[in-house]
Write a protein that binds this ligand. Structure first.
Ligand code: GLC
Length: 576
């Protein structure tokens, strides 16, 4: 029988499921509550400015708590909000127990936490302790003399020993991670910018200071920690030479070095196990073994891995769709029996997901954004959804280097220029890949500055806010926003989408990513067209469709075991 499913039926089905929005899944998982969370990541600088200074702040987030709750997400991950001179937008912390002036006060923080908890939402804090700011009191002390008690909080190399062995810096304009400091005639180490000196984790005093800081936040009631760049924390402090060109593959030399698991076990004992907090590190090491060692519950380190392989794939030059499917499939199977992963396609270090994995042309933006959100919310793992992706926010338009704010972009530009690189190519690539694309202000409405601020935003609002914004989507039942809400409701009402066994059906298909999820007698089929072509797909599972839970088109062309998927069409079905 050839039939077309009327969209209204779907909407009604979704509305019914939305009503039971608050169910929290199987009881057997209570001690692993973090598996069933849907995390919404907020870049505070860009979410909502309450005082017109052009910078988002905590009061701004408080204003939008009902909006956040209405998305159906269950937890918020806040990028760093601590005092910071903002060399790297808060990833250079000068006081871990205080709030950045731009963002407000500790009172605002307490109100924010209270407001989240009142709404049943959890809060995950970003802990930046591979490095601090050079303006942190520890570093000020440390650099003041060689005998200062804080000297060993950082990595120093006395100049009389000669120049230290080369270390690569991700953000330095010369790519050099050792910076000479005249005061004590020594070099200090900074894997990131010069204003982000690396902390010395081999020093037990430093470690205790960090645990105390984490306890301070845990006692306030935060629900979890994301450990920034932590896989780099352990270092061989003899700083031996690395092979020439190591920087092309620096992860192999920097990540998960000896000692890291001891530090994490200690942190777990001191902090995680003492409070009901979840833990996730940025990065998942060099390979599956590393990732497993991080999150194997028996080892008592972290709860979930956050691997970059999938998200790192899409470049200015494009991305390999087969590889994309392979990576997500491999990560799933590597964690099928033990451990847990995060699922995401975007964060504050990436350009916008629709521009990279979907299609940001006006014609396809909405459907492809819905399709990508469908992917994230139907995979096994804890989904991390980045602010604005629920609207289908896209990359912005940057012209010259003066339009960028990110230190990685600015210093990367200087470095490329000094090396005589092709700067036209560099700029094209930067315009597409820059982190600033993912940091433009949230698009609340079509007014000037998109309702983000009454002042001049720190980073210009994307000009497409006239058409891509919350206000415009709120009352549209077919919007990307409504689709996102339908997806979160579906995930919450179908624990099989959280825990169910994943099986890929189309590993070699050029356009389609199809998979099943199976759990406690329920089987789901997910069909995603990652292309702008209309694609006919034949699968035995299609014949078994009992109910369609999600469709990003008003109709569905389906006959026996064949489905014709429109451009970027995404459908989710319950099977017989
Ligand atoms: C992490 C953060 C990134 C930051 C870097 C240095 O990668 O996600 O934004 O620039 O660490 O702290």
């Amino acid at each position: 029988m050839n039939y077309k499913t009327i969209f209204c039926l779907l909407i009604i089905a979704t509305m019914i499921s939305c009503n039971s929005n608050n169910s929290s899944g199987p009881d057997s998982q209570v001690d692993e509550w973090w598996k069933e969370e849907i995390v919404y990541q907020i870049y505070p600088r860009s979410f909502k400015d309450s005082n017109g200074d052009g910078v988002g702040d905590l009061k701004g987030i408080i204003e939008k708590l009902d909006y956040i709750q209405s998305l159906g997400v269950t937890a918020v991950w806040l990028n760093p909000i601590y005092s910071s001179p903002n060399d790297d937008n808060g990833y250079d912390v000068s006081d871990y127990r205080n709030i950045m002036k731009d963002f407000g006060t500790m009172k605002d923080f307490d109100l924010l936490l209270e407001g989240l908890h009142e709404r049943g939402l959890k809060l995950i804090m970003d802990i930046v302790v591979n490095h601090s700011s050079d303006e942190h009191k520890w570093f000020k002390q440390s650099r003041s003399s060689r005998t200062n008690p804080y000297r060993d909080y950082y990595h120093w190399w006395p100049a009389e020993k000669g120049k230290p062995n080369y270390r690569y810096s991700l953000f330095d304009e010369k790519g050099e991670a050792w910076k000479y400091d005249k005061k004590t005639d020594a070099y200090y180490l900074h894997y990131f910018s010069q204003k982000q000196p690396d902390l010395n984790w081999s020093n037990p005093k430093l470690r205790q200071e960090v645990y105390d800081i984490m306890k301070f936040w845990a006692q306030k009631g935060v629900d979890g920690f994301r450990l920034d760049a932590f896989q780099f924390a352990a270092k061989d402090t003899s700083f031996p030479p690395f092979p020439e060109g190591f920087e092309k593959n620096f992860i192999n030399y920097y990540a998960m070095q000896e000692g890291i698991h001891d530090y994490l076990k200690e942190m777990n004992k001191e902090v995680f196990s003492q409070y009901k907090v979840m833990s996730v590190a940025e990065g998942a090491g060099r390979n599956f073994e590393d990732a497993h060692n991080l999150v194997d519950a028996e080892r008592k380190e972290l709860n979930m891995a956050y691997a970059f392989d999938g998200v790192d794939l899409a470049k200015y030059e494009g991305y390999d769709f087969h590889r994309f499917k392979k990576i997500f499939t491999q990560w799933d199977s590597a964690f099928e029996k033990k451990g847990w992963i995060s699922i995401f396609l975007a964060n504050h270090d990436q350009a916008r997901m629709v521009s990279r994995f979907g299609n940001d042309k006006a014609m396809y933006r909405e459907v492809s954004a819905k399709m990508l959100n469908t992917f994230i919310l139907t995979m096994r793992g804890t989904p991390y959804c980045y602010y604005g992706d629920e609207l289908g926010m896209t990359n912005s338009t940057f012209k010259g280097i003066e339009d960028f704010r990110d230190i990685a972009a600015i210093n990367g530009y200087k470095k490329a220029k000094s090396k005589g690189e092709d700067m036209d190519y560099f700029m094209d690539k930067l315009r597409f890949e820059s982190r600033d694309n993912g940091r433009t202000p949230m698009q609340w409405n079509s007014n000037n500055q998109s309702g983000f601020s009454t002042g001049k935003p720190w980073l210009p609002v994307n000009t497409n806010h006239k058409v891509v914004n919350v206000d415009q989507q709120l009352n549209d039942p077919f919007s990307v926003l409504q689709h996102f809400k339908n997806l979160t409701a579906m995930r919450k009402n179908n624990p099989g989408l959280v825990h169910g066994k994943y099986k890929i059906l189309t590993p070699n298909h050029a356009e389609i990513y199809a998979y099943t999820r199976e759990h406690e007698g329920k089987k789901y089929l997910i069909l995603l067209n990652f292309s702008e072509s209309i694609v006919k797909i034949q699968l035995p599972e299609i014949k078994k469709i009992k109910q369609t839970l999600i469709n990003n088109y008003p109709i569905m062309d389906h006959q026996k075991d064949v489905m014709v998927l429109d451009a970027y069409q995404a459908t989710v079905h319950l099977l017989q």
